[in-house]
Design a protein around this ligand. Structure first.
Ligand SMILES: [Cu+2]
Length: 186
């Protein structure tokens, strides 16, 4: 009986800690260090043009947003002109977190993305989307390399990153390389 009580208390404490982290991520000011910081991956893929047989195929773009959308050809045209679609983005673009914070990258877009740590920002593994930038080594080889595949965030899922050292960490999408964020760990 005693054991059960202790277990329940442990679960409750864990739940409260998690709630505290979420409150901070939502913008509430708190004295305690945050336990969870969230980065959201956004895109506005247009299902009609992305899921066409001549594009990436059926069920690839799972965008549920109404209205706002990026047509498949436009995504490539804008990237090629060096003016990539700003609605395809990691939010926020920069953040400062305390050491020990769990970084959570959540994909709220309609397409798969990656949240890949890189030494320097640069191109991803799809040349036509790179706007002339060289593929960074961390993205090279695409999903055929397990190191890259492990950083993938599918639609509606999240990737948690723990153990970040103090200093600056750069993350980008290896598919849409203008999706970038800088995390400074204090
Ligand atoms: Cu992406």
């Amino acid at each position: 009986m005693r054991k059960i009580t202790v277990t329940k208390f442990g679960l409750l404490a864990g739940g409260l800690m998690f709630a505290g982290g979420l409150m901070f991520a939502g913008g509430t000011q708190e004295e305690d260090p945050p336990s969870l910081a969230q980065v959201v991956a956004l895109d506005e893929c247009d299902p009609a043009t992305f899921n066409a047989p001549t594009a990436v195929g059926p069920d690839f773009c799972k965008n549920v947003a109404l209205g706002a959308s990026t047509k498949f050809a436009d995504l490539f045209a804008k990237a090629a002109h060096g003016t990539p679609d700003p609605n395809w983005d990691f939010e926020p673009d920069a953040m400062i977190v305390k050491k020990g914070t769990v970084l959570s990258a959540v994909n709220q877009g309609g397409e798969p993305h990656t949240f890949t740590e890189v030494a320097r920002f640069g191109g991803g593994f799809l040349g036509p989307l790179n706007g002339g930038e060289e593929t960074v080594p961390e993205c090279a080889g695409g999903f055929s390399r397990v190191e890259v595949a492990k950083t993938r965030i599918l639609q509606g899922s999240q990737l948690q990153i723990t153990g970040l050292s103090k200093g600056e960490h750069l993350f980008q999408c290896c598919i849409h390389p203008w999706m970038r964020t800088k995390v400074e760990v204090k």
